[in-house]
Design a protein around this ligand. Sequence first.
Ligand code: GLN
Length: 445
Amino acid sequence: AYLKHKDTVEPQIRAFLSDTREEALQTAAAVDAKIKAGKPVSELAGIPAAIKDNICIRGQQATCASRMLENFKAPYHATVIEKLAAQDYISLGKTNMDEFAMGSSTENSAFQVTHNPRHTDYVPGGSSGGSAAAVGAGECVWALGSDTGGSIRQPAAYCGVVGMKPTYGLVSRYGLIAYASSLDQIGPLTQDVTDCAIVLNAIAGYDEKDSTSIKREHNDYKTALVRDVKGMKIGIPDEFFGDGLSDGCRQALTEAIETYKSLGAEIVHVKMPHMKYGLAAYYIIAPAEASSNLARYDGVGFGLRVPGKNIVDMYEKTRSAGFGPEVRRRILLGTYVLSAGYYDAYYLRAMKVRTLVKRDYEEALRQCDVLLTPTAPGTAFKIGEHTADPLAMYLGDVCTVTLNLAGLPGISLPCGYQDGLPVGMQLIGKALAEETLLRVAYTFE
Ligand code: GLN
């Protein structure tokens, strides 16, 4: 049924970069046989999913939507895929994204433009726009994305689905092709909060292959699905509700806050004075790490190679042909802020701001159980609207990036509409407080 529906809507949505229905049908048949033999199967067994194309599945493409990796096949499974495969999950294909996860609209893909399932003139958000659109269009039940500065939460908001960025270190990054390693996390995109808990159960947990993985057992996240927020404190950081917020988003969020009040939550206002520096710090730190991570695409180890007169010429030709404009911009920015003479003025300063942002969150979350903010200052924009203006595109990330700087978990869920397009509400919790987030989100849903 899902394949049939996918075949009908995919020509309009264009969420997928590959189609792995043959493997999917094989796994489905194996699950069917297990069930018929009376064997127990997991909750995810046989459920159609989709995987962002920067997560490695053995033997399959992992293009990161880049010409650089167009012909690359992953030689191993990411840890999350290893875990999901053990549960007989089914992937219908790899999903479109901004090249190397750099972007907020999925328009930076080297291969195709993905369309918003709620209105096809609009972007699905990004960089996990393919995953969000696939779930939003009902082409699959759930998907994996990655979030470095909002790439799960913002497309979830734009497509009217649920997206969670877990605490840094909760989900292994092994086999996730790096963008900015100190910020990257894999997480679920789902149709509702219950599915989010189920997928999180499957992918969370310590992994010795990821040195930043947290050594800690986790509970069954489904036990957090309790419809009760009585006596809980929900913090509103006024800094997220400034002039840049659209009227429709403000109205939907105000109504959501009223709903929580009527359900017995206490609303408290908190101050986060350093938030205004967060976006600038992110756009120094993320490109700095990216410039280092992407140095590996040199035409030697793997991926594209364009022959040259000598090795330097080969590097230049390969990197010029392999990387799109946004990736090149970030490599240049990152190289600049890390270079001798500028390091102290930019990178070091941004790292100091990162500490201040972290402290703001610690202080704010001492006063409440969760923070409630918009996921983005507006709803999805038209395809092509911001492509000529990278700064306008960056400014749209203002509500999501600071969370990654602090390593905290966040969830985006739909909370209303503005002119027919979904509005996203973001809930932010303390480190490893995914259960609190799920509970507060579930109560609203
Ligand atoms: N839009 C942000 C960026 O372009 C975040 C991307 C992401 O989370 N991968 O860097």
